[in-house]
Ligand binder design. Sequence first.
Ligand code: ADP
Ligand code: MG
Length: 701
Amino acid sequence: MHDIFETPVVYLKGVGPKKAGVLKKELDVVTFEDLLYCFPFRYVDKSKIYKVSEVTSDAIWFQLKGRISHLTPVGDKRMKYITAKFTDDSGTIGLVWFRGLSWVKNAFSTDKEYILFGKPSIFRNHYNFVHPELEEFVPGQEELAGQRLEGIYSSTETLKNNGLGSRGISKLMRRLLNQTAASIGETLPEQIINHFQLMGRKEALLNIHFPESLAMIEKATRRLKFEELLFLQLQILQQKIDLQEKIPGLVFNKVGEYLNDFYKNHLPFELTNAQKRVIKEIRGDLKSGKQMNRLLQGDVGSGKTLVALMSMLIALDNGFQSCLMAPTEILATQHFNSIRKMLEKMDVRIALLTGSTKQAVRKTIHKELLDGSLQILIGTHAVIEETVRFQQLGFVVIDEQHRFGVAQRAKLWKKNTITPHVLVMTATPIPRTLAMTLYGNLDVSVIDEMPPGRKAVKTLHFWESKRLRVIGFMREQIKLGRQIYIVYPLIKESEKLDLKNLLDGYESIVRDFPPPDYQVSVLHGRMKSDDKDLEMKRFVDGTTDIMVSTTVIEVGVDVPNASVMIIENAERFGLSQLHQLRGRVGRGAEQSYCILMSGYKLSAEGRKRLEIMVQTNDGFEISEADLQLRGPGDIQGTKQSGMLDFKIANLAKDGELIAKTRKVAGHILDKDPHLATSENKLLKQQLLKISKGKQHYGRIS
Ligand code: ADP
Ligand code: MG
């Protein structure tokens, strides 16, 4: 069966090989369908024709009707630009072209009237139009001028030079729709269309390009977004079903001694309700017979480690080993210490493996992992080395997941013939919409409740000029016995400069806080691991009052007595990083503070970030704000995935539709996992078509 929409775009009248090449290169448009799915990014109201005298703002678009005269090429030997005058009965305004000059030179006739459309610019105190759209005005045949709402397509330099500015694209679209509209079929089952009161596909595609009214644009947009998001969710969820069918899961159906003993006798504190809920979710997964792939989100300090530990104990109860991998040595060591302490009175063998583990110790670890006597391994990347082999690895915890690449994580799974269960923990809250798309093939658990007794961190923003006040405040806090972090930005491109910044800062702090009254530590990535450990230890045990460092302390470090976090050049940090850093304090019973220092030169966005930090402590709120501020393209991990190249939907704005379509997709696949019923025939067809196309949603974890 020939599908007219698969026709190469070169066969559309008006598109020769040259234009086809440009369309492919600039817009990745190959077929009729590709072109049809290039949607306008906004619409302009062309019902009104303005007078030249009314052009009094460079903020809006104007449509004028008039004559072109005084076409003047400018330049000595080579033509550099062309100016002209555009006149109606109210006045005259300048036109300028810098490109396509040889064409412009002969394109207009002084005898004819033209419809001009464009956004004015100001040049030497006068308005003019640079590269306006111009169309000959033909009385009686006012097809374009009479079109009330015109879609504006995004175009590029190259496209424009090939006659494919917004107008050019619009013309192609008109032709394409004239030729194919009758063949536009439906992709959604009738029940869905009825239930959600969606516009039909044909009507939607016609209206998105050539709208009858504003209301129709909205309806068309909603329909097309719904379609796009529904198929995305169907893909993601189907992929998940596929994996679960292919990968058998270890069944952990025993709750035995280890977990019970820990829960009854060694639990250091009452679990929060959120922790209980998440553990229940994990237990459900572990006995389901399917391999668990779960993302555990919880703000810094929400108690993820305990959840990880209790899950690992379930594996032990079922005769399997567990492994926890953290991104840095400091973190791995900290996890090791806190877990060892919690298991102190229990007979569980655990070990720490990092890059600096001594050869002899390493050997023992290797041996004990193989014979099964070592039950829990905690470490850095070192745990994924080839030489590390387990007798029966059943459960893997990956902390701070975005620091690890997919390949690294995959190595861990392969350490058993049957893929172990995987719990990925992240303290960087991911906006719900992202979690449902980017991480859509993982199950997500959220710890949305802090352990009791925590006081919210107070966040303040100070300009550089208030430094003396800040120093005074630091002295007070130290007098109260508290400790302080000072963090300097580290941006890779100028590592040297950053280090200098940090060391200068350190020196000036030592000047303000001289020994022997005060002790100051310094920590940065260039230091030897032994020195780092020493400095960290001195801070953890309270020997030093102030820790001056780069963001190496960003993740996970836990010093409850530290109550002040000072962030230098705070405007240079991203929101999620600021939030992470703030999470280093507020871990004890005392009131904690986060002080954001900045210079006066702030970009609008930088200022907004600091404002948001001052306003809220809620990691999810912050991640949403981050998504709104930066757009989805910049959020961790989205770029390389390529899955967010939406045609019409928008991750930052369409949260509600994303949630809705995910639910719908879930319902559909619950009832009909392989879309085998006739009811879902259309869905299956379309999915097949999509998966044959260029979209690939790779596995994330
Ligand atoms: P994160 O989620 O950032 O990894 P941690 O697991 O490090 O958080 O926990 C932060 C702190 O809270 C730790 O000192 C931990 O001992 C403590 N904690 C965890 N759960 C509870 C709880 N239910 N009640 C009281 N304190 C808890
Ligand atoms: Mg942690």
